[in-house]
Ligand binder design. Structure first.
Ligand code: SF4
Length: 445
């Protein structure tokens, strides 16, 4: 009797994804392609036939973390392919880990997949080719990052991203909308729009139209935001610069089309420092703009990041930053100590701020902002807010309000009469606030 042949075990690949959400999207594309070809993902390097490390090269500390991750993969597996931002300077990797199989830069999906084919041949299994149309996601099922462009036309002097990823390249609007539609159909409840500079979306395409549902849609920030708002899910905008046309998107927020949340990386407030940083839209009168945005959309949550200890930052510059923070009353603030990344133009400025002083300023800024964040959160006590549930446990659940992005902002800890499900959106009465998080009870499902 002929016994059916047992299919061979598909090759397994372990994957480490470091860095920002943009790198995560690159990882998702690579993983999607490999799964489409029948490869499987392994939980750890030791049980895999091959390991891939998607590196981050943004800061020296990120590069050190990337090299350590490659080292761990080499030690536990031995067959390692390296890709991502740090791959733009392959010699930095091969000098430390000469045994890696291949190194490729950011967005070089084809090179990664080719290197995988060489190291572990592609399996032939027609069933494995059946993958979900939304691709493979590395985020939980209920939210997904939507990358609308890559690269950047700005030349901020502390940043080497344009060197690593090149100038701005936007995706046609219809392409983005098709991906969003697939994600929503697959159960995604929150789309997180990302890029290096979201408000510059489409500049490289001269805002060209593409056809979506039988009508033309311009590759323009406001048009795309409006269309995304039609999907009926939460739409969160990250990395928006305060160019004048951003004001129009606040209307969409006030109308409930996109989340009343703006992530604007201001980086500093002292005009002298901003000029040396060569920040886009630095001249705009930001405090005035913020006041108008809040007038137009009172529920707006503003998030930003700052750098302290930029070369030449004086005590007066730093004091101006603290004063600006007091006036702006941002809801969420992240702060980095300046790192002299190799290749960043700012290093040529000299006048480096000593490390202990950077540390001291970082602590002062964090303490200063903590009081502001607490005050902003405390205003929400007594309100009913919609909360998306990220985790459930025996004692309650952890979720996020419309003002909290995953990973970077605070959380809402909720109690509920009935068990909640991950991805569910419930109405929560806010009962208590601390410096970063809110606490409340579900009053509606
Ligand atoms: S806007 Fe500035 S900081 Fe952001 S990626 Fe572009 S050059 Fe870097």
């Amino acid at each position: 009797m002929n016994r059916p042949l047992r299919p061979q075990r598909p090759p397994r690949i372990s994957f480490v994804s470091l860095g920002c959400p943009k790198a995560l999207v690159d990882s998702e594309r690579i993983v999607t392609r490999l799964r489409a070809e029948g490869y499987e993902l392994a939980r750890d390097h030791a049980g895999a036939d091959l390991a891939i490390v998607n590196t981050c090269g943004f800061l020296d500390s990120a590069q050190a973390e990337s090299l350590a991750a490659v080292g761990a993969a080499m030690a536990e597996n031995g067959k390692v392919i390296v890709t991502g931002c740090m791959g733009a300077e392959p010699e930095k990797i091969t000098a430390v880990h000469p045994g890696v199989l291949a190194v490729s830069g950011p967005q070089q999906y084809e090179s990664v997949v080719d290197a995988v084919h060489c190291a572990v041949p592609r399996p032939h299994d027609p069933y494995a080719d059946l993958i979900p149309p939304q691709g493979i996601k590395l985020t939980p099922r209920h939210y997904a990052y939507l990358k609308i462009s890559d690269g950047c036309n700005n030349r901020c002097t502390f940043c080497i991203i344009p060197k690593l990823r090149g100038d701005l390249v936007s995706r046609p609007a219809a392409d983005v909308l098709r991906e969003a539609e697939r994600l929503v159909a697959a159960g995604v409840k929150e789309l997180l729009v990302i890029s290096q500079d979201t408000s510059a979306y489409g500049v490289d395409l001269k805002y060209a139209e593409s056809r979506w549902k039988g009508r033309p849609v311009r590759a323009k920030f406001i048009d795309l935001a409006r269309e995304l708002g039609e999907f009926g899910v939460w739409v969160r905008l990250h990395y928006v610069y305060p160019y004048p046309h951003v004001d129009a998107v606040i209307e969409l927020m006030a109308d409930g089309k996109v989340l009343p949340y703006l992530d604007v990386p201001f980086q500093h407030a002292s005009p002298a420092v901003l000029e040396r940083m060569r920040r886009p839209a630095a001249q705009a009168r930001t405090l005035e703009r913020i006041r108008k945005w809040r007038e137009q959309c009172p529920s707006l949550t503003l998030r930003s990041t700052f750098i302290v200890g930029f070369p030449g930052e004086t005590e007066a510059d730093f004091a101006a930053l603290l004063e600006w923070l007091s006036a702006a009353e941002l809801d969420r603030v992240g702060c980095f100590r300046y790192e002299a990344v190799a290749g960043a133009a700012a290093n040529a400025h000299g006048h480096a701020v000593p490390e202990p002083l950077k540390e001291e300023r970082w602590n002062r800024l964090m303490a200063h902002q903590q009081a502001i964040s607490f005050k902003r959160l405390a205003r929400r006590i007594g309100r009913n807010e919609r909360v998306i549930i990220d985790e459930v446990g025996p004692a309650g659940a952890k979720g996020r309000s419309k003002g909290d992005a995953p990973q970077i902002d605070g959380a809402v800890f909720v109690t509920s009469r009935r068990p909640l499900r991950v991805g569910e959106i419930a109405t929560v009465k806010i009962e208590r606030a601390d410096a970063y998080d809110l606490h409340g009870a579900v009053v509606g499902y």
